[in-house]
Write a protein that binds this ligand. Structure first.
Ligand SMILES: [Zn+2]
Length: 311
């Protein structure tokens, strides 16, 4: 019997240290299996085998984008606006990896001049006027003027980038001196990630090319010319949902059955009676167990989602 290789010659893209095997995980959309290796020094995880730029687009096809607009997302975007407004006097924003442009719309409605960039555009944008403010393509190829933004945000984007260091270097040139950078990523060193490994909701291979930890995120920001002000471990909705879904993934044959159901994406191809039954049976216990655990991991700085504020 052939075994998956548990060794690699690759080294860490941030600090150059050797990598060690962490876990394997199956993509819940394509069903393909990938392996995560992590840096022995800074803890940064990488998904192998690497999927190159053109092939990566395949994994963002229909299954990826949510079909429904969620109230939770609207609430999260309003929270993001409030937080950024407290930290920046200037009102020019660039949202890198802006998806359908929902955050741009929220900032524009608050009187900001907001723009975005998106590598993998969704089928629908929030509006035509927002669509015109979005550059489609790699952040490194954006036409924006140097030092032209007061705030640049990357919400759940850095882990998708195949060249995160080069991309952050580009971001650095677009931000004005003293401008604010906000980066939110899943935390591979969190309680939920360590407990559920390849079943973790936010492992999301191969779309998540890299898997950050507070340490590796700090290091990559320092190496690209930023100074971190603080890292927040408090992300109540995403962390909590992530914990519940990760626990459910332990009892189903494939990951993220509830997530697909909530987003109206249960299809004939991915429907299994067993998975639906187990999800129905365990959803309440998972909610009960995840409540204190999410609070604990946030309190002990092991949050499932981390947000870095840097200048
Ligand atoms: Zn490293």
């Amino acid at each position: 019997m052939r075994r998956m290789s548990h060794a690699t010659d690759e080294t860490c893209v941030v600090c150059g240290a050797p990598l060690t095997y962490t876990c394997t995980s199956k993509d819940y959309i394509s069903g393909e299996q990938f392996t995560i290796f992590s840096c022995t020094s800074c803890g940064l995880g990488v998904t192998l085998p690497r999927v190159s730029g053109n092939n990566l687009a395949r994994y963002y096809s229909e299954g990826y984008y949510k079909k429904r607009k969620s109230e939770a997302d609207a609430y999260i975007n309003r929270t993001r606006l409030k937080k950024v407004m407290r930290m920046s006097a200037g009102k020019k924003l660039l949202d890198v990896g802006c998806g359908n442009g929902a955050l741009i719309e929220v900032f524009e409605n608050a009187g900001w001049d907001a723009q975005g960039s998106e590598m993998a555009p969704p089928e629908h944008f929030v509006s035509d006027s927002v669509r015109k403010k979005i550059f489609i393509g790699d952040i490194r190829a954006t036409p924006f003027s140097p030092k032209s933004f007061d705030v640049i945000t990357l919400f759940h984007v850095l882990e998708h980038m195949t060249e995160p260091r080069e991309s952050l270097e580009k971001v650095r040139t677009l931000l004005r001196d003293g401008g604010l950078l906000v980066i939110e990523v899943p935390n591979q060193a969190s309680g939920q990630a360590r407990l559920t490994k390849g079943r973790w909701f936010n492992v999301d291979v191969p779309r998540h090319v890299f898997h950050f930890t507070p340490r590796s995120l700090t290091l990559i920001l320092e190496k690209t010319g930023f100074r971190i002000e603080r890292i927040s471990h408090y992300s109540p909705i995403y962390s909590y949902y992530g914990f519940v879904q990760s626990l459910l993934n332990l009892v189903t044959t494939r990951n993220n059955v509830l997530f697909d159901a909530l987003n109206g994406k249960i299809t004939r191809a991915n429907f299994k009676t067993w998975d639906v039954l187990m999800t129905a049976l365990f959803v309440l216990p998972a909610v009960v167990v995840a409540t204190p655990l999410t609070m604990l991991e946030s309190f002990f700085k092991r949050g499932g989602i981390i947000t870095a504020y840097a200048r």
